[in-house]
Ligand binder design. Structure first.
Ligand SMILES: NC(=O)c1ccc[n+]([C@@H]2O[C@H](COP(=O)([O-])OP(=O)(O)OC[C@H]3O[C@@H](n4cnc5c(N)ncnc54)[C@H](O)[C@@H]3O)[C@@H](O)[C@H]2O)c1
Length: 485
């Protein structure tokens, strides 16, 4: 793909794979709107007042159909939006085309190289000479990382005249990031500091991005306020759990069409995502085994009738392996070598380091056979047996399918909209410092409430006496903040 920014007849910038898919994208966006009552409720409630008027929002989050509904909700509330994907395989090209044609600047296509991915990220941040965005929607923290690394490198350059050195790291992706920042310092040695000065804050979508933010807060290096959307109950206990319960089997089936029933499936990690994955595999008839480091999560798995073992115990017997740990080095090449012929190996955690892709790619004599994009068979020379790796070790549900269904993403993204509104409305009040915050419980309950009608639910109303008896207000919040659901 030639990396040249294009413009719509109205002058909006974009780079997508195929603008002729915009009509198809629009039809699917219209279907999604009916399934996303939280976002449409935000449009109805806040749209007329345009509370985000004047706000520039940069987003780095899978450019899918449901994200299109998020982007167009932010636009309906008055914001100007520039967007890229947070994963090289997760864009739905028809969604990207429809949004680029109709509503926001999009830089994303399915199957980006890492170099293209970071070019798109840089374009989404590029609001021209007046600095960067006011607000960021991040998923996994790549935009946040780029700004922090950019500021750090500019300060070092000012101090010592030293430019970042891509050769200083073995990590291929970080090498690209350092190269990008090096180029930008040569062009404008204050670019990232100008971006930082304008920024009001970020709302972060996922567990892994929140971990990065909390590390920065602990080190004292966080440069702007952050709202942790992931830990809204209506996000992590819904998207991570029920979303993965739906989209893991979707990814497995689209990629391999393998019969899940009867197979032995190993789920590494039994947190929110692992619970959803294990439930899906179990209900499809697989014999599920979990690996865990945390005794509480291990005991939870056992209470569901799921054995807990180590990977070493089960590697030669299992048929399907799924990593969900948000940790690194979970399935190594020495594990993969011992697996059955055509065992399926995939990851649904955020990054591509749960599975040892580097070890696999550099294994002497290994033969990679691409069956179709994002489905590869890797054949070991000694045994001539192969394993099937999905989405090159990146998130299988977004690489091999289309991510979670729209309804559950409506819960996640309604939290995103509320977080963006909160950061923007409080931009001059000092309410948010350079720390990581979660949304208050009454807003979490509001997100859930917005989704009940669509499913035909009727809530029971507390009487005044009942409310007093359990020490809550009639209108909520109904639980203390420490309640775990
Ligand atoms: N693909 C998606 O659609 C999607 C959706 C939501 C979250 N995520 C990502 O999925 C990952 C998991 O999120 P989560 O909310 O379930 O996190 P979590 O913290 O609830 O769960 C992770 C679990 O892995 C366990 N673990 C850590 N190291 C381990 C190891 N070496 N072996 C076995 N278990 C180990 C932890 O004890 C924990 O229980 C994150 O990277 C998150 O960003 C992906």
């Amino acid at each position: 793909m030639a990396l040249l920014v294009e413009t719509t007849p109205s002058g909006r910038e974009y780079k997508v794979k195929d603008m002729s898919q915009a009509h198809f994208g629009r039809l699917e966006i219209e279907l999604a709107e009916v399934e996303m009552p939280g976002l449409m409720g935000c449009r109805a409630e806040f749209g007329p007042a345009k509370p985000l008027r004047g706000a520039r929002i940069t987003g780095s989050l899978h450019m899918t159909i449901h994200t299109a509904v998020l982007i167009e909700t932010l636009s309906a509330l008055g914001a100007s939006v520039r967007w890229c994907s947070c994963n090289i395989f997760s864009t739905q090209d028809h969604a990207a085309a429809a949004v680029a044609r109709d509503s926001a600047a999009v830089f994303a296509w399915k199957g980006e190289t890492l170099h293209e991915y970071w070019w798109c990220t840089e374009r989404a941040l590029d609001w021209g000479p007046g600095g960067g965005p006011d607000l960021i929607v991040d998923d996994g923290g790549d935009i946040t990382l780029l700004i922090h690394e950019g500021v750090k490198a500019e300060e070092e350059y000012e101090r010592s005249g030293t430019l970042p050195d891509p050769a200083s790291t073995e990590n291929t992706e970080f090498r690209i990031v350092l190269g990008l920042i090096r180029g930008s310092i040569v062009g404008d040695p204050r670019k990232y500091r100008k971006i930082k000065e304008r920024l009001v804050g970020v709302s972060e979508e996922t567990t892994t991005g929140v971990k990065r933010l909390c590390q920065m807060q602990a080190n004292g290096t966080l440069l702007f306020p952050a709202i942790n959307v992931n830990d809204s109950v209506t996000k992590s206990k819904f998207d991570n759990l029920y979303g993965c319960r739906h989209s893991l089997p979707d990814g497995l089936m689209r990629a391999t069409d393998v019969m899940i029933a009867g197979k032995i499936a190993v789920v590494c990690g039994y947190g929110n995502v692992g619970k959803g994955c294990a439930a899906a595999l179990k209900s499809a008839g697989a014999r599920v085994i979990v690996t865990e480091i945390d005794p509480i999560c291990a005991l939870q798995a056992l209470m569901e009738g799921i054995p807990v073992l180590t990977l070493e115990d089960i590697v030669p017997e299992a048929d399907i392996f799924v990593t969900t740990t948000a940790n690194k080095d979970i399935i190594m090449v020495h594990h993969m070598k011992k697996m059955k012929n055509n065992a399926i190996v995939c990851n649904i955690g955020h990054f591509d380091n749960e599975i040892d892709m580097h070890g696999l790619e550099t294994y002497p004599g290994i033969n990679r056979i691409t069956i179709k994009p994002q489905t590869d068979r890797w054949v070991f020379p000694e045994t001539q047996t192969g394993i099937i790796v999905l989405a090159e070790g990146r998130m299988v549900n977004l690489g091999c399918a289309t991510g979670h269904p729209n309804f559950v993403m409506s819960c996640s993204f309604t939290n995103q909209v509320i977080a963006q509104l909160e950061l923007w409305n409080e931009r001059a009040t000092g309410k948010y410092e350079k720390k990581v915050y979660v949304l208050p419980k009454h807003l979490d309950e509001k997100v859930a409430a917005l989704h009940l009608g669509k499913l035909g639910a009727k809530l029971t109303k507390l009487t005044l006496e009942q409310a007093a008896y359990i020490s809550v207000a009639v209108e909520g919040p109904y639980k203390p903040t420490h309640y775990r659901y």
